[in-house]
Design a binder for this molecule. Structure first.
Ligand SMILES: [Zn+2]
Length: 277
């Protein structure tokens, strides 16, 4: 599942290709919007909010319509590609869900988990629930801490994925943030000693990676990209002991639900019943 930094970079790429230009191609390949055409509309802005993407468009003067927002979510396999107009797509066309183009560039949304077009004025209905976004202009760490604390009994490893509390963290960042802060994923939120520090680390890791083509949490010179993610059974880079993983997900449908951690470096706050086995 894409992390917030992937969506942030996607927004930047779309912004460079589309913003300030009128669309000469508009093709929505989803039943709800298959008849919608926004040719001649001006792309006003592209923004990411957590893992949600919004492409805002304004109608030409001759069209009496409100500004619209194309709202998409990448979910598991979705991606927006940008091509020089006329260039051959790298993904099969049947996977395309939206095509937006101008004479220079064409943006194609493939396998989008979610695509809807709504009035820009109604955006709050689809993103209003999101918690503070570490990559957003209005990042509010105190509010993220406050929201996380609302359910003190929940394991922190689950709370970090709840986009209503803090938005943009996925499976990779939750494992990495917990390792860096030495917090066991099963620790109840209320037992995390320094939640503000944990939120700060999440912010720093996302910020450090927002402009990188290759995500790294271990430092730019790191041979290993991640401290723990995807490294179960390998030695911990801090203590040398074997890393572990545990299935921990809100939804059983989630394919990538393993949280990775070091049972020795991250054991301090585990409830006694969990630590004994
Ligand atoms: Zn360790």
């Amino acid at each position: 599942m894409p992390e917030g930094d992937t969506v942030f970079r996607t927004a930047r790429r779309l912004e460079a290709a589309l913003v300030g230009k009128r669309l000469s191609v508009s093709d929505f390949r989803v039943p709800e919007h298959s008849t919608l055409s926004i040719v001649d509309w001006l792309v006003e802005s592209v923004v990411s909010r957590g893992k949600h993407l919004l492409i805002r468009v304004n109608p030409p003067a001759k069209v009496a319509a409100p500004p619209l927002s194309i709202h998409s979510h990448l979910l598991m396999d979705g991606h927006w590609d940008v091509y020089a107009t006329g260039e051959r797509w790298r993904t099969p066309a049947f996977k395309a869900r939206a095509v937006l183009g101008n004479p220079a560039f064409t943006a194609v949304g493939f396998e989008l988990g979610f695509l809807q077009v709504l009035r820009t004025a109604d955006e709050v209905e689809v993103i209003g629930h999101l918690g503070p976004d570490p990559l957003g202009h209005s990042w509010d760490p105190a509010e993220a801490v406050r929201r996380l604390r609302l359910n003190p009994d929940r394991p922190i490893g689950l709370a970090l994925l709840d986009q209503r509390l803090i938005s943009g963290l996925g499976n990779i960042y939750r494992s990495e943030v917990l390792f860096v802060t030495r917090v066991h994923p099963l620790t109840a939120v209320g037992d995390v000693e320094d939640l503000a520090h944990l939120v700060d680390i999440a912010h720093r890791l996302l910020q450090a990676n927002k402009d990188r083509a290759r995500r790294v949490t271990t430092g730019t010179d790191g041979v290993d990209r991640y401290w723990v993610y995807g490294r179960a059974g390998q030695p911990c880079m801090r203590c040398g002991g074997p890393l572990s993983k545990e299935s921990l997900a809100e939804s059983p449908r989630s394919a990538e639900r393993d949280v990775y951690f070091c049972p020795s470096c991250q054991s301090a706050d585990v409830p006694a019943s969990e630590a004994t086995h």
